[in-house]
Structures are given as structure tokens and as C-alpha cells.
Design a protein around this ligand. Sequence first.
Ligand code: TYM
Length: 335
Amino acid sequence: MDNQQPKKKVLSCIQPTGTPTLGNYFGALKNWKLMGEECDAAFAVADLHAITVRQDPKEFKKQIMQMYALLLALGLDEQNNIVFVQSHVPEHSQLAWILNCYTQFGEMSRMTQFKDKSIKHADNVNVGLFSYPVLMAADILLYKADYVPVGVDQKQHLEITRDIAERFNGIYGNVFTVPEPYIGKKGAKITSLQDPTKKMSKSDTNTKSFISILDKPETIVKKMKSAVTDSEACVRFDEENKPGVSNLMTIYSCCTGASFEEIENEFASKGYGDFKQKVGEAVVEELRPVQQEMERIMKDEKYIKERMAQNAEIASRIAHRTLEKVMKKIGYVQI
Ligand code: TYM
């Protein structure tokens, strides 16, 4: 990166709903780490988004702590990057309300994730679920992010963020930076181990379908061994006809850095049993340092809360500046 240029800004968030999966890890968290090394980054635990689905209070608190500890364990707070909890910075909710008033009902109705989630949680199709992407837009725009590293499933939400930012700028002048999604070439859509046509999701009721970042080594290998493949018995990358094998190859490639061609050669004369065993072992090695660091941090609740408080203060300062500018432009009385 050119030293003369100011560093690019990056923001991304993750919901504390269940332990993150390999999908979250390769689709988002690993890229967060890489981008955090080159850019001015802010990463958050999106606990406000999480209540669009009913949460058990005790469990919810534990999951927020755990997700935050995980972000620390990944070293995301290095190089002066901010790692915070969304609900600790009230400007997110405040800007979200304002942006709600600059977002059309029709454009929100087109969001595929809203449609999917309304079917999945048919007994609780709340207004928060509907305006969920507007809160995401607030998260991103408050920090003037140039790039937002996400998996493929969030692409549509990034598009609406851009639309909202451009609309607001069109009315009031250059207030918001219009962000771009950053979607990694590999790992942007890790699929379910049991149904490789679906994305791997931490909320899947079939626990064999996903690998959680905190799964024990023997569980990881066992889940890999039960992954759905096909009857061809040939390790070859072909997402359309061999989605299961292609998914495992992607995971292996993300862990080892090997290209698909190298993986095909490595397993040319071997069966799926050997292949799955090797993928499982590679995942175990990839996650080992994160799991060890996470275990260490989780023992120290005081430390976690101190880091939360310090980071919330820094995040608030940035967020407040943007919110104030927005409110001034709209015509609110400043006191
Ligand atoms: P969430 O918590 O569902 O997922 C966090 C990140 O992980 C990515 N991801 C995947 N990537 C590849 N393969 C998969 N199977 C997979 N599953 C999840 C997601 O794309 C995401 O990048 N709405 C967001 C959280 C959010 C946010 C934001 C993101 C709130 N505010 C502002 C970016 C910017 C969400 O629910 O992610």
C-alpha cells in the first residue's frame, strides 16, 4: 500500500447467534484479519441484529461474551483496530432510525434474506427483521467504511447500503462514503456438509451440517467423514455436478493454500475416505491456535469487559461525529 495515501477504512460485523462456523471463518473472519493488517478497521459483534430472532437472555449474554472473546482470539484488535459490541454504541440505533426514513418499503421487500427468514420464523416476522439491512447500513456508514468484507449471502445488503448512502448524499451533499463489498475469491460460500446446495449455517438444526470453530478435533474429523459427497469416487472440482466434493476441496484449499489442481493431484489415486480424513485434519490444524487463545481469554471475564469498554469509547467517538454531521444536515437543532 502507498504510504502517502491515507489507509482505507474497513468495517464488518458478525451476529452472536451460536458459535461461528467454518463458513463464517473462511467467508469473513479470515479476511477481516488480513484486511485489518492493511487498513483502519472496526469489527463488531452485531448483538442488535441478533434480537430479530428471539434469544434466551442467559444464553444470549454468554454468546455475546464468547463471540467478542473469539474476535480477540483472532487478534483482530491488533494494529489499533477497534473491536466492539454494537449495542454499546447507541449511535447505531439512532442512525438506523434516521436511515429508515430514507429507505423505501418496496426496496426492503425485495431482500431475499428477509423472505427466507420470514418463512423460517413464521411465528415472529417482526418489523426489526424487515428493516434489518437498514441497521446494517447504519453500522457501515457511521464508520465511513470503504470496504466491507462479507460472504456472498450479505451482498444484497451491501447493495442496499450503497443505495441508501447515494440517496442521502444526493439530497444533502457528500455525507457518507459509499462502501464496496469485499468478497474473497475462495471461501465466500462454504456449504452445508449434509446438503451442499445450502450455505453452512450456525443456526442449522442438524449439527452434522456445520463445523463450529470451537468443535473438538475428534468431532471435526467425524463430521468431515460424514460429509455428503457423490458416487463418482473422484476428487475433482465441479461445483455444479459435485457440490459436496467441491465444498470440501474449497475448505482444504482455504486451510492449506493448495490450488484445486494441486488437490486433485494429491488425491488422484485415493478414495473419499482418505480425502475426508485429510480435510478434517487440515481444519483441526487451522483452528487449533484460535481455540487455544479463545480458551485462555474466556477464563478472564474482567479482561473481556475492560476491552469492551475501551473499544466502545473509541467506536462511539467516531460514530458520534458522523451522526452529528447527519443530524445537522437534516436540520436538527444542535445544543
Ligand atoms: P452473520 O453473523 O450471519 O455472518 C457473519 C459473516 O460470515 C459470512 N458467512 C459466510 N461466508 C461464507 N460461507 C458461509 N456459509 C457463511 N455464513 C456466513 C457472512 O456473509 C458474514 O460476512 N448481517 C450480518 C452481520 C452484520 C454486518 C453488519 C455485516 C451486521 N451489520 C455490517 C457487515 C457489515 C450477518 O448476519 O452476518
